[in-house]
Write a protein of this length. Structure first.
Length: 201
């Protein structure tokens, strides 16, 4: 899994030990509940859990600490779940989907037990049209100082590139082979099961 994430994030081999440290830190912080590696058997991750780790690494790339990245993901797991549902459907295709929020790394509440959290207050998700409308509202019609957009679908495409062992290309989508179809199928199946417990989007 670590090699898959490293390939998807395009981390050079000489920096993968640092990636391992971040990965283990996210595990200790229980980014994914119920995973207990290092007790005699290898941890097994679902396709959705792999994607959540990849999105956590995207948030780390913004300069957030692992603790803050885990907090943001856990506070907004429903938004992330629904963003994934926009990105992947039962046909095994990928559609544009993204999450966006103000990283607010300097002005987040010091008191972890409460207070106004700008990141949580601004965290949202959507498809291509919603993302375009949000960007326009934030920066053209509004006076927002900053906002981060993270492409859920782009992250999925990079995972597919890593699964297929292809170098990512900016002007073409990767080929979806048998392993990638299985990965996308698992994401779609996960959402159908998740929908039963969370309700329809």
């Amino acid at each position: 899994m670590l090699d898959l994430l490293a390939d998807a994030m395009e981390v050079p081999k000489e920096k993968r030990s640092a990636l391992l440290g971040r990965f283990q830190h996210l595990q200790r912080l229980k980014l994914i509940e119920g995973i207990n590696p290092g007790r005699g058997k290898a941890a097994e991750y679902s396709a959705y859990q792999v994607l959540v780790f990849a999105l956590a690494f995207q948030i780390l790339q913004l300069g957030m600490t692992p603790e803050r990245a885990v907090q943001v993901i856990k506070q907004n797991e429903d938004h992330i779940r629904l963003a994934v549902s926009l990105a992947v459907n039962e046909k095994g295709t990928v559609s544009p989907a993204m999450i966006w929020f103000d990283p607010a790394t300097l002005n987040r509440p010091v008191d972890k037990t409460g207070g106004f959290d700008l990141t949580e207050a601004t965290f949202d998700y959507g498809g291509a049209g919603s993302g375009h409308d949000a960007f326009r509202w934030f920066f053209i019609e509004g006076w927002v100082q900053r906002m981060v957009f993270v492409s859920v679908s782009g992250t999925i495409w990079h995972l597919i590139n890593a699964i297929e062992s292809e170098k990512p290309s900016a002007d073409s989508k990767p080929k979806i082979g048998i392993l990638s179809q299985s990965f996308l199928g698992s994401l779609a199946e996960w959402f159908e099961v998740s929908k039963a417990s969370h309700g329809s989007p």
